[in-house]
Design a protein around this ligand. Structure first.
Ligand code: SF4
Length: 691
């Protein structure tokens, strides 16, 4: 439907789905959202994908929105409506009683990577000042924590090095690894396709045929879980064929000799065997990437979601440093972050080890700075990562958990294990828009507000802080998320007045050197209406390309990465390898996109892609209902037969409750970032018994 200009108001805001951070106008008519129209933002240039165009406003107006606080009667398991006073008093008194009885570290609180920076800052502040623990985290733990950890270790800063425009315009080649941007980051996917049309060479490294493989010069269809062998093989070829940048290595890096020793054994033939690829294709890929004047590495969860995810990320840095492709235009190591504000959730200190701006909680001077600003003593020990909170709850060490806007029952691996952990808690509170699977397990559910009902900021994948603006006020008793948190903090004995989004941002920026120069006022006045951190004073214009001249850590570090296989490989009982991912039409749990009928009509059900040969062997027909089982669970789904995956490998999207692959996935954790191995587990596929 089209509207006349006088009928509608336009409110410029930032897309709440993926971390491309597309800018658009929400169209408002009589306090109702009626559409979204792309505008010329720095990362989207007017483009939007189907999620931004249609999925961004319908969920806000959904009849399924929570409107009142709910308290569960544990005897009947039923929720009843409650007043805010009753609900918040109960939450505050219960958490404080658990703290008195079991100690501060028996509590934990998760922030949401979909929320605004201001909401996230207040969650971690509440956990640290009121709960008195560093047990706070966000769902980057299960998607890109390995990027934060791996890039910080090798380069000094855990974020994308170059902006989106820069890595998709005027580049000679693109090395795309474990990333399917046409589905997961569609507006980046569109720009990569345009770059290829204009002559950029494209190397796709992915276990599956993705849309962009049709545009690729080389597709290395490697076995899931073998990224490190691939990267070491590339480094081997760079050295053997004299393709390394000796000056860059000598002047700007350390640790080259140790890595050189390791990659000596990663000959193209050996790597080809491990990865199930052609050694000549590997050689050709290495030559294209190394000899191109400009060539970014762009990667995503195919690199991070492994039990060796952090080393996988470090192997990306190794490749780029070896050929001198860092700290300059059209190059770099570029993780496409998943959720709209997952970069912000990490920046805002929803982390068990770091305050906002990656300032370590173990540094006494930094802790003293936060103690002075917040007026209370703060814990000096690092907290538990979200993925370690679940086993700790099962062991009885975590008693109370506050979850703001996340749905780990659906998103985390090994669903049985997550449900067991949440059910073992003495007290669970969920602050949400909808009655999610996790909210169903809560003792108290608090209704918050969506991005269209509040002011705030999101930080996109390229470290760009952009405004979110209030467009509508909806009926019901939901409250601003920051007001809920501030009210709760007061009830727990901490003097926290309600603050506006701008006031919260200013408090955060005053404590965070990389944000010192950013304010709402500046965001309004900048030509792009955005700033990229680090932005260290009010005259600083933000940082478009990182590590120019010098790495954040001083010298770039070559980390000696060694390939080790995934923790669970196919065997006689579970003979297939399962890997998971996104599709274009949905976002993560579908809590938002699932409320848009059009998207559900196109893609409404679980399915699994099976290779033609495997299907033939199992006697499975196209579209047939089948059972998929792993050591952790069993689901039913629909068979989609093709050669998109290699024989012996299958792939499932993770959006659908009618066959959710996370009942099957493996919660084996990476040693550094504690990220789970979603991308590889062993499974078995069977025909359903005849009725
Ligand atoms: Fe842009 Fe991502 Fe939103 Fe699509 S989902 S409109 S690519 S920010």
């Amino acid at each position: 439907k089209t509207y006349r200009s006088w009928e509608i108001q336009r409110v410029r805001t930032t897309c709440p789905h993926c971390a491309v951070g597309c800018q658009y106008d929400l169209l408002v008519k009589n306090n109702k959202l009626v559409g979204a129209q792309g505008v010329d933002g720095p990362s989207n240039g007017g483009r939007l994908c189907v999620k931004g165009r249609f999925g961004s406003y319908k969920f806000v107006m959904s009849d399924d929105r929570l409107t009142d606080p709910l308290i569960k009667d544990r005897a009947t398991g039923k929720f009843r409506k409650a007043s805010w006073d009753e609900a918040l008093d109960l939450v505050a008194s219960k958490f404080m009683a658990l703290k008195r009885q079991y100690g501060a570290d028996s509590l934990a609180g998760f922030a949401c990577s979909r929320s605004t920076n201001e909401d996230i800052y207040m969650v971690q502040k509440m956990v640290r000042t009121c709960f008195g623990t560093n047990n706070t985290d966000n769902c980057a733990r299960v998607c890109h924590s390995a990027s934060v950890e791996g890039l910080a270790k090798t380069l000094g800063s855990g974020a994308m090095t170059n902006p989106i425009y820069d890595i998709t315009h005027d580049v000679e080649a693109i090395l795309l690894i474990g990333s399917n941007p046409e589905e997961a980051h569609p507006v980046v996917g569109m720009q990569i396709r345009e770059a290829v049309r204009k002559g950029a060479k494209l190397i796709v490294v992915d276990p599956r045929d993705i849309g962009l493989t049709r545009q690729a010069d080389i597709h290395l269809k490697l076995r899931p879980g073998t990224n490190i062998a691939f990267a070491n093989g590339m480094c081997h070829i760079f050295i053997k064929e004299g393709l390394i940048d000796e000056k860059f290595i000598a002047e700007r890096t350390e640790g080259f000799q140790a890595l050189k020793k390791i990659v000596k054994d990663y000959t193209p033939e050996r790597v080809a065997k491990i990865c199930n690829i052609d050694p000549d294709d590997l050689r050709a890929a290495a030559r294209i990437y190394a000899t191109a004047k400009t060539a970014p590495i762009i990667y995503c969860l195919g690199v991070t979601e492994h039990s060796t995810g952090t080393e996988g990320v470090m192997s990306m840095s190794n490749m780029a440093m070896m050929v001198g492709k860092l700290g300059r235009k059209g190059c770099g190591v570029n993780p496409l972050r998943g959720q709209n504000n997952v970069q912000g959730a990490c920046d805002m200190g929803a982390s068990p080890t770091q305050y906002p701006g990656y300032q370590p909680v173990t540094n006494p001077e930094i802790r003293a700075k936060f103690e002075k600003a917040w007026g209370v003593p703060l814990p000096s020990e690092v907290g538990l990562h979200a993925t370690d909170v679940f086993p700790a709850a099962i062991r009885g060490e975590i008693k109370g958990l506050y979850i703001c806007g996340e749905d780990p029952v659906v998103t985390d691996p090994d669903t049985h294990h997550v449900i067991k952990a949440l059910s073992a808690l003495d007290f669970l509170v969920v602050q949400e828009l909808f009655m999610t699977e996790t909210a169903l397990l809560a003792d108290v559910v608090l209704p918050g507000r969506s991005y269209a009902e509040k002011d705030g900021t999101f930080t996109n994948t390229e470290r760009r802080v952009q405004r979110v603006r209030k467009a509508v006020t909806l009926p019901g008793n939901s409250r601003l998320d920051t007001d809920i948190l501030c009210d709760l903090m007061r009830r727990m004995g901490y003097n926290q007045p309600n603050l506006s989004a701008a006031e919260i941002f200013n408090e955060m920026a005053s404590l965070t050197p990389s944000f010192y120069g950013i304010s709402y006022e500046r965001l309004e006045n900048e030509p792009t209406k955005s700033l990229q951190w680090p932005c260290t004073d009010k005259y600083h214009s933000g940082t478009s390309i990182m590590h120019t001249g010098k790495f954040t850590r001083g010298l770039g570090l070559f980390y000696p990465t060694v390939y080790t296989p995934a923790q669970e490989l196919p065997d006689k009982e579970y003979p297939l390898m399962l890997t998971t991912g996104r599709i274009l039409y949905h976002y993560n749990t579908r809590a938002m996109t699932g409320k848009t009928e059009g998207l559900m009509e196109i893609a409404g059900h679980s399915f699994i892609e099976i290779n033609t040969k495997d299907a033939e062997h199992l006697g499975i027909r196209q579209g047939e209902r089948i059972t998929v089982s792993s050591r952790r669970g069993s689901i039913t789904s629909e068979a989609r037969i093709s050669d998109k995956t290699n024989p012996g490998e299958c792939w499932m999207p993770f959006h659908f409750p009618d066959g959710d692959c996370n009942w099957l996935t493996n919660a084996a954790l990476d040693q550094f970032a504690r990220i789970p191995e979603y991308k590889v587990c062993a499974c078995r596929i069977e025909k359903l018994p005849e009725e």
